[in-house]
Each structure stands twice: as structure tokens, then as C-alpha cells.
Design a protein around this ligand. Structure first.
Ligand code: AHG
Ligand code: MN
Ligand code: MN
Length: 340
């Protein structure tokens, strides 16, 4: 099969860098190093059934969740590689309670927050999973180790964000503020090629994604909004939206980004110490909010705050998340403010 002479992600990153004459290449190097980790995680995930990488590691993480072997592998792969890339000053991972220092003498001017494997409950059942990352510029002076304050910055100050989804194919989707671009891995050559230039989330929203098993834990207004999504609206000639829920945020988000959809993980009362829902701001909600806004969509909490404006107070802070096609997110906001 003669492959089209595709644009590799490294070529795309250097083209992006050319847009910024003062760029030092540091951000390009962070992204290129992250891409190497993505390829190694993809290789492990794709043979999870064969390698000794399925199942539990026997450990429990800061979230109180059982750590899967692939969680641990991915976490170690990213933090060890990125600690030496020479352009980060500090990191945070879903799998680690505190901040992760970089190798002394290798401090740089960016921070990295990441979810090494998103959708871990789907690893052993061969359903798509992903990795999510978020990059900020440091606030503390160059040359010193970074601090937690460097990481606790709002989403609207991100300089890059993206995810890798390990699905039928492995795709990298990221933004540096100049639109959202998707790359597909050709495993036979180990290269990501530009396959989805300038992604825009479709105006026409096809899907809604929410775990309806928790309906009884939601606020009544949330229940009314989800009921609305399932109704036939003969006046507007609207049929119900299709329900799709994979249980991996990255996979649900990616489908909605490409086909048009709204994803909701509301505040719920099922777990008293997680009243604001399950998803984490720093390395799940904020990076995806940056992406969806760059693609023309919107991301809010269920009390109408823009995800991107929230000033994080702690590394693993949870937020309710409503994200996707702008019209439906606006509609959700109306219902949740009692005007729907
Ligand atoms: P993680 O595997 O990184 O902990 O994330 C899992 C998250 C997210 O991927 C998904 O949308 C959500 O958990 C599913 O939660 P429920 O099983 O409660 O619906
Ligand atoms: Mn996750
Ligand atoms: Mn995770």
C-alpha cells in the first residue's frame, strides 16, 4: 500500500514553532518527548493481553483507587522520561499524591500535569483508554525546582493540552492555541501522521454521554436536562439524542469531538467525600476544556462556571464537567440555572 507522504507530528510541531519567531523549541521538545511515551504506552496497551500488564498492581493510589499494572507502567514511563527532558520544572500525576520533581539540574520553564491512563476500568476488557496531558508556563523563577503553585494554574493559562486515545487506532489530539489537530499512529513505522487537521466540533450534536446509573444521585435540574435530551420535540422537529457512554472520558470526549456530542459527569451525592463528581480539574477537565474551546465547543461546571476559569486549590481537585457541542452545553446551563 503506498502511503500518502503524510505530515508527521514532529514536522507539524516544528511548523507551529515557526509561527513564534522567539520560540526556543522548549515546548516542541516537551511535546516530542511526550509523544515517545505515548508510543511506548500504545505498544504496551496493544498487547496488554499478552504482556504481564493486565490486572491490578496490588497498589492503591491517592484517589483510593486500585492501581492497574498499565496505570503504573504508563505513570513511570511518562514521569521518568519527562523528568529528564530538560524543559519541565515540576509535574503532577493522577497516580501520585504530591508534586513530582524533575531531575536536579534539568529544570526548565514548563509544568506538566497528566492522567497516565484514563478509563483504567476498561483496560482488562479491551475497551479504548487514553492519556491526558496539560502544560503551563512556570510562575516561579527559572533554574529552581518548580512548586505546587506552578501547577495550580487555571485552564485559561495552559500553553498546550492534549490526549492520546488507544483505540482501534492510536490517535494523538492536541492544541497549542492554534486550533486542534489529530494524528494517527502508523505502528509499522512508529510515526504519528496528520489525519485530522483543524478539528472543529460539529454544531449538530448527535450524542449525549452520561452514566445514567447515577440518576438518583443528581440534582433535579440535571435529571430534567437529561430527560429533555431523550424526548421527541415535535415543535422543533427534534428526535432524541443517541446515548453513548464508554466509561473512558477520553474515548467519550473524542467521539463527541469528531461527531458532535455532549458529555456530562455531574456533581452527585453517591460519594459524600466526592460531592463535586469524580473528574479531576488539573489533568482531565481543564485540558479537555482547552481543546473543546479551541474546536468551537464549551466546557462548564453544573453551577455554570467555565472550567477554564477555575483557579485550582489542590492537585487532585474534582469538578463537575459538562463539555461538548456549544449549543447543548448552553442548553444544559439554562436547565441548571432553572431557566430550562
Ligand atoms: P481514570 O481511569 O483515570 O480514573 O478515569 C476514569 C474516569 C473517566 O475516564 C470516566 O469518564 C469516568 O471515570 C467513568 O466513571 P463512572 O464509572 O463513575 O461512570
Ligand atoms: Mn482519568
Ligand atoms: Mn487515570
Amino acid at each position: 500500500m503506498n502511503r500518502p507522504l503524510g505530515i508527521t507530528v514532529n514536522r507539524h510541531i516544528s511548523d507551529l514553532q515557526r509561527l513564534h519567531p522567539k520560540a526556543t523549541g522548549a515546548l516542541s521538545s516537551v511535546l516530542n518527548e511526550l509523544i515517545v511515551s505515548a508510543k511506548t504506552i500504545s505498544a504496551e496497551a496493544n498487547m496488554a493481553g499478552l504482556a504481564d500488564i493486565l490486572g491490578m498492581s496490588g497498589k492503591t493510589n491517592i484517589q483510593g483507587e486500585k492501581v492497574q499494572k498499565l496505570d503504573e507502567y504508563a505513570n513511570n514511563s511518562i514521569k521518568r522520561r519527562m523528568a529528564r527532558c530538560g524543559h519541565l520544572c515540576v509535574m503532577a500525576s493522577e497516580e501520585e499524591e504530591g508534586i513530582i520533581p524533575v531531575k536536579p539540574g534539568y529544570e526548565g520553564s514548563y509544568t506538566l500535569a497528566f492522567d497516565p491512563v484514563d478509563g483504567s476500568s476498561n483496560i482488562d476488557v479491551n475497551v479504548s483508554i487514553g492519556t491526558i496531558f496539560s502544560v503551563h508556563s512556570r510562575l516561579s523563577p527559572d533554574g529552581e525546582p518548580g512548586t505546587e503553585k506552578d501547577l495550580l494554574q487555571p485552564g485559561n493559562r495552559q500553553v498546550a493540552a492534549g490526549y492520546i486515545v488507544y483505540g482501534a487506532s492510536t490517535m494523538l489530539v492536541f492544541t497549542t492555541g492554534e486550533g486542534v489537530h489529530g494524528f494517527t499512529l502508523d505502528p509499522s513505522v512508529g510515526e504519528f501522521y496528520l489525519s485530522h487537521p483543524d478539528i472543529k466540533i460539529p454544531e449538530k450534536c448527535k450524542y449525549f454521554s452520561v452514566n445514567e446509573g447515577y440518576t438518583n444521585y443528581w440534582d433535579d435540574r440535571m435529571r430534567r436536562f437529561v430527560k429533555y435530551l431523550k424526548e421527541v420535540d415535535s415543535e422543533q422537529g427534534r428526535l432524541p439524542y443517541s446515548s453513548r457512554y464508554i466509561g473512558s472520558l477520553v474515548a467519550d470526549f473524542h467521539r463527541n469531538l469528531i461527531s458532535g456530542g455532549i458529555f456530562l459527569y455531574p456533581s452527585d451525592k453517591k460519594d459524600p467525600d466526592k460531592p463535586t463528581g469524580k473528574l479531576r480539574l488539573l489533568y482531565e477537565a481543564a485540558p479537555l476544556a482547552y481543546l473543546v474551546e479551541q474546536a468551537g465547543g464549551r466546557a462548564i461546571t453544573d453551577d455554570g462556571r467555565e472550567i477554564q476559569d477555575i483557579e485550582p486549590e489542590s492537585l487532585h481537585q474534582r469538578v463537575p464537567l459538562i463539555i461538548g457541542s456549544r449549543k447543548e452545553v448552553d442548553m444544559a446551563e439554562k436547565f441548571l440555572s432553572g431557566k430550562g
